[in-house]
Design a binder for this molecule. Structure first.
Ligand SMILES: Cc1ncc(C[n+]2csc(CCOP(=O)(O)OP(=O)(O)O)c2C)c(N)n1
Ligand SMILES: [Mg+2]
Length: 913
């Protein structure tokens, strides 16, 4: 490498000159690396004397790859430019057309700025899926979707009707989704990205998951795929974008390449008007240990930089802020001459030979095919560290007055005829004057050189992309039959929690021949809380470096066992990262053709409340697997208080269209649900996923009553009838003869039904006894495992009935189940009342609900349950009140029970507003 001699700027002083000559000598005789070492030593000496030195996390504001190191461009760049121009046109036309007759929106300017970044990838780097290669995994910027569709149109994968129906998915014949949504276009899109920040985060965990699969011998490839993630510079403000950078460098993820499209703008205006986003990001990435490649200036600048011996051009480049650069992209060349170069007379001379128009056309690096190619090639070959390419572009490039570099660029969806003509001229699109106002799509003929070139490139690279394929072999696992879980159906007299039951169940599953290798336990630093540390020794914690130290607990049975082919993904304290691993594992059946079964267990409070958008994305991307919200329940997790006690995660879970949300009470329910989940997802291939609450209260687990499996799965079944109680009754006295405390005679035939979920079913069971013993009420206790599923089924029937008014009405499961039941219905839950309220419209004569609305408190379970009114006594009162409301008992009785059971009727209602 030759290093050019440049004077230290502003020299003339003796010291500077002598230092410079020593430096030049060292460079000549010792070479750059040794010189750098010497300089570092000297700098360390200065630092040791407490001198503040500039920190070394920025390089000059020029391209990282100097022109002399640029590889020759292997393609036909003029051909590629023509192809890119047609794609630009169609991407724009798609949005303009859609918005000429509708107001469905769409974005032109994101793709306009990123076209070269994508096209160099499509023509030279992105490898498609082949038999022994899963394909490179490309995360496209969501707002660039029109460009990706436009390319698929040129490739012949989409036709005009698709483009015509961009953002009109419900139109006749179907249309294209606004953004990358695998749920909506399951054969096209692989990775949803449009919720800013999630794509970048997922890409890091995907890259690491690929390594995990490989080291565990499950990946089927001869060459490792690359993960390419395209990121907006505005998107980099999302904490999810930069939050996990160090994981990527720590794990040496050289299979990961990010391209940040630094068009200097986001939606409202500049990303860093007063600074430089590229320099800011460079420092962040370098500090995080990434390889950083800046692509700032196009080839036209090479000559100017080479001729600038004064260093003033670089100085000016570094002085100007992004707000200035945005202005230069909007104004004519004369403005840039005056304001940028004109600041120093020497710089004006440097561009004397250029016309204003030539100055205006001085390109940014991200629009220069050769510069982008050089950066991609270097990133592709870089070893040991992930690479980020910071590419400078212009937002809305090519849109001219319609939106190039304007603050309104992001929202621009329309172009008038004049603007269309200018666009056509700039990009040389063969569309005639008489039709241009209709913005017709343009596809070169099948035998044109452009189409041939484009198809040949994709063929050489292994096929089209994006493309999502689910091979038939990647579902249809040999899942265990329900009787594999027989031990859970027997019940146990020892007191255990549902969390402990789950831990037992996963260890049983880990011994199943057909499945054990496919299981991926994921934990965000809570294994000990849940008792999962029992797995450390058996299956190990995945660590790409193995264990380089002797763990402090190496003598103990459950020592912290990190190993290269460990099975557990111990993520540390990152619910967002853990969800990303869940998603990578849960979509492995599609991305790799290898079905993996994630079990992600975490503090239920830090589920959808914390990372709900990733839950939503898991549905969109068709992830499968089990989410286990442990330490669940606002009163069951005692002591921990307001921030930890979850009484609502089931509500957001109920909003997720493909998520089955369960609130099981007993070990056998968990076994039935998980066995069926395995069957539905991994044998039948359904694209659904599961959420189960797990609690930490210990109680004896009853044996499974016969014939309840269907009810467990559908959401409700009778667990213990009142008749059983009246026969056995804790007093042994038939309720008909019971005298109420205080001598009030019981009314004959009083009937109630209490729905309980999770450990709160024990409140229902105790209330059942009190009601029988003291108030002559026979109550059946039901286990409500899923209000969400009951509600969805009921809504489906109701809607069908409405649309088929003359047909025999359908009856939902919950209606059928309860149709013949007499008496009143009460639900008691460790969740907010709104959870059971979901089924209230379908419960005969209405539903009285008890739940944990309001902030949690630190206290004992007993006091919390009284506070939230979900204990047995409160359940009794609610049942009697429901009976009183129906006129079946006297209101006096309710008042008396409140007193007898020691409940303070004036206590606060914990929900504030
Ligand atoms: C989480 C989230 N917040 C807000 C948005 C709305 N939004 C979409 S694009 C955009 C601006 C994007 O700017 P940038 O990331 O710089 O991308 P560019 O289009 O400039 O390439 C915004 C605010 C979103 N999609 N996701
Ligand atoms: Mg931007």
């Amino acid at each position: 490498m030759s290093i050019e001699k440049k004077e230290i700027h502003g020299s003339g002083d003796k010291w500077a000159e002598s230092l410079q000559s020593v430096f030049d000598l060292a460079l000549e005789n010792q070479g750059p690396e040794r010189t750098a070492q010497l300089l570092k030593k000297l700098a360390d000496r200065l630092r040791a004397s407490q001198t503040e030195l500039p920190r070394g996390f920025n390089t000059p504001y020029v391209n990282t790859i100097p022109p002399e190191q640029q590889p020759p461009f292997p393609g036909d760049w003029q051909m590629e430019r023509r192809i890119k121009s047609y794609i630009r046109w169609n991407a724009m036309a798609m949005v303009v057309k859609a918005n000429s007759t509708t107001n469905v929106g769409g974005h032109i300017s994101t793709y306009a700025s990123a076209a070269t970044l994508y096209e160099v990838g499509f023509n030279h780097f992105f490898r498609g899926r082949t038999e022994n290669f899963p394909g490179d995994m490309v995360y496209f910027q969501g707002h660039a979707a029109p460009g990706i569709y436009a390319r698929a149109f040129l490739e012949g994968r989409l036709d005009e009707r698709h483009l015509q129906n961009f953002r009109q998915e419900l139109a006749g014949g179907g249309g294209l989704s606004s953004y990358p949504h695998p749920y909506l276009m399951p054969e096209f899109w692989q990775f949803p990205t449009v919720s800013m920040g999630l794509g970048p985060l997922l890409s890091i965990y995907q890259a690491r998951f690929n390594r995990y699969l490989q080291v565990r011998g499950l990946a089927k490839w001869t060459e490792e795929p690359k993960i390419w993630c395209f990121v907006g510079d505005g998107e980099s403000d999302e904490p999810e974008t930069l939050g996990s950078l160090t994981l990527a460098s720590r794990e040496n993820l050289d299979n990961l390449i990010w391209v940040v499209n630094c068009n200097l703008q986001r939606l409202d205006g500049p990303v860093r008007g007063n600074g430089k986003i590229i320099q800011e990001l460079e420092a962040a990435f370098l500090g995080a240990g990434w390889n950083v490649i800046k692509v700032i200036w196009g080839s036209d600048w090479d000559d100017l930089l080479a001729r600038d011996k004064s260093g003033l051009l670089l100085k000016r480049m570094e002085e100007a802020v992004d707000g200035d650069y945005q202005k230069y992209s909007v104004e004519p060349g004369s403005y840039t001459r005056r304001h940028f170069f004109g600041k120093y007379p020497e710089l004006l001379e440097l561009v004397n030979h250029l016309t204003d128009d030539q100055i205006r056309k001085l390109q940014r690096g991200g629009h220069d095919t050769r510069k982008v190619y050089a950066a991609y090639q270097a990133a592709f070959e870089h070893k040991d560290r992930p690479t980020v390419i910071l590419a400078k572009t212009v937002k809305g490039y090519g849109l001219g007055e319609a939106g190039e570099g304007r603050n309104i660029s992001h929202q621009q969806k329309k172009m008038n005829e004049k603007e269309l003509r200018e666009f056509r001229a700039r990009f040389n699109i063969p569309i005639s004057d008489d039709v241009i106002a209709e913005t017709p799509f343009y596809r070169p003929p099948a035998d044109s050189p452009e189409t041939k070139y484009l198809l040949e490139r994709r063929k050489t690279l292994g096929g089209f992309l994006p493309s999502r394929k689910v091979n038939p072999g990647s579902v249809g696992l040999d899942v265990p039959k329900p009787d594999y879980f027989a031990e859970f159906f027997k019940g146990s007299n020892t007191e255990v929690s549902t969390t402990m039951a789950f831990v037992r169940l996963i260890s049983v599953l880990l011994r199943h021949k057909g499945l054990s290798r496919n299981i991926v336990p994921i934990i965000p630093d809570e294994a000990r809380t849940f008792g999962l540390d029992a797995l450390f020794k058996d299956i190990g914690i995945y660590s790409s470096k193995g264990q380089l130290y002797e763990p402090v607990d190496s003598q103990s049975l459950l020592y912290y066992n990190e190993k290269k082919d460990g099975q557990i993904l111990e993520e540390g304290i990152t619910e967002a990262g853990s969800m990303s691993s869940f998603i990578a594992a849960g979509t492995s059946y599609a991305t790799h053709g290898v079905p993996m079964i994630p079990f992600y267990i975490y503090y239920s409070m830090f589920g959808p409340q914390r990372v709900g958008d990733l839950f939503w994305l898991a549905g969109d991307i068709r992830a499968k697997g089990f989410l286990l919200g442990a330490t669940s329940g606002r009163t069951t997790l005692n002591g921990e208080g307001l921030q930890h006690q979850d009484g609502h995660s089931l509500l957001p879970a109920s909003t997720m269209p493909t998520l089955l949300a369960y609130d099981p009470a007993f070990a056998y329910e968990i076994a039935v649900i998980i066995a069926d989940g395995l069957r539905r997802m991994y044998a039948e291939g359904e694209d659904i996923f599961y959420y189960l609450t797990l609690y930490n209260e210990n109680y004896p687990m009853p044996p499974m009553p016969t014939g309840v499996e269907d009810g467990i799965l559908k959401g409700l079944y009778r667990f213990k009838s009142g008749a059983e109680i009246s026969q056995l009754g804790s007093t042994g006295v038939s309720p008909a003869h019971t005298k109420l405390a205080g001598g009030t005679p019981a009314l004959p035939g009083l009937k109630a039904h209490i729905f309980g979920s999770g450990p709160i079913i024990n409140s229902a069971l105790k209330a059942q006894e009190i009601l029988a013993d003291r108030y002559g009420v026979s109550a059946d206790v039901w286990s409500a495992t899923s209000y969400k599923l009951l509600r969805t089924d009921a809504l489906r029937c109701k809607r069908w009935n409405m649309l088929h008014p003359n047909a025999a009405p359908k009856k939902s499961y919950v209606e059928t189940l309860l149709a013949k039941e007499q008496g009143v219905f009460v639900a008691v839950s460790d969740y907010m009342r709104m959870v059971p309220d979901q089924i209230a419209p379908w419960v005969p004569a209405g539903l009285m609900t008890l739940g944990t609305d309001g902030f949690g408190r630190s206290d004992t379970r007993a006091r919390l349950r009284r506070f939230f009114e979900v204990d047995a006594e409160s359940t009794v009162i609610a049942t009697l009140y429901a009976l009183a409301e129906k006129g079946q008992v006297d209101r006096q009785l309710v008042e008396k029970a409140i007193k007898d059971l020691g409940v303070n009727p004036e206590k606060d209602f914990p929900q504030i507003v």
